[in-house]
Write a protein of this length. Sequence first.
Length: 305
Amino acid sequence: MRTAFVGAVEGSLIALAALVEAGEAPGLVITLPPEASSRHSDFADLNPMARAGGSRVVYSTNINEPAVIDALRSFEADVVLVIGWSQICGDAFRSVARIGNIGFHPSALPRMRGRAVIPWTILLGEPTTAASLFWLDGGVDSGPLLLQEPIVVAADETAKSLYLKQTGALARMLPRAIALVRSGNAPRIEQDHSQATYCAKRTLDDGSIDWHAPAHAILRLVRAVGAPYPGAFTTSGGRRLFIDAAAPFAESDRYVGLAGQVQCYRGDGFVVRCGDGKCIEVMAWRQEQGEGRPRMHSKLGAGAA
């Protein structure tokens, strides 16, 4: 069976490595050229792993361009795996593979189709989710399911920890999926479209912290949009300050101040008051330009969460 692989992010690399380790290396790998790496905050260079598996590598920034379609046709692909690619695969692309095209989505399809699913899962306080492999059709994450593995979302889940749970499930499922396809027994379970929900795209600006929000909501935002995504941020001295780690502050009742005001410094961190009168302790942060602490009792910027 001739397998092609499309992807460009960290999850793509993990999936490709799992296939190589299982002796199922694809013959053709289509990925972004390194100069287009800024398209994804979690971009990964697939070339070394692809070469290690003996795969031919084709670079493209548009999965639907004629050169990609021609490469797939010349390869005579039986199945194409699309794992970590942000463009919708058009009719011409999907028509090439003899058996079909398989995609991955980090949710319990049909729920939470669309973009930025890992951050939205945490922001919505979802207790469970799933990793889903499905057959691509003309819609958005709407094709028949092939395999699905449930995932428990911890109360303190971060984007990184949930990302690792999802990619771990993907690495387990993908070699099994290829074996099922080869055997002719791969499931095609129609989704219940009446239960579908859709996640909107998120941008860097959506990580702006509104200090008038309650402490628990701000902490959830920090966990939801951190690495491998751009992160939650505020402003200090006219520059963005990204907060990478924060926790509830037990002694909030000892401080009086305004929402967004730095109340005190503790070790290598600082304490900020939130809109509900509670405080959070910031333990790790990054500033856009230069270095330095926010000034004592300075007012951090208050944007929309």
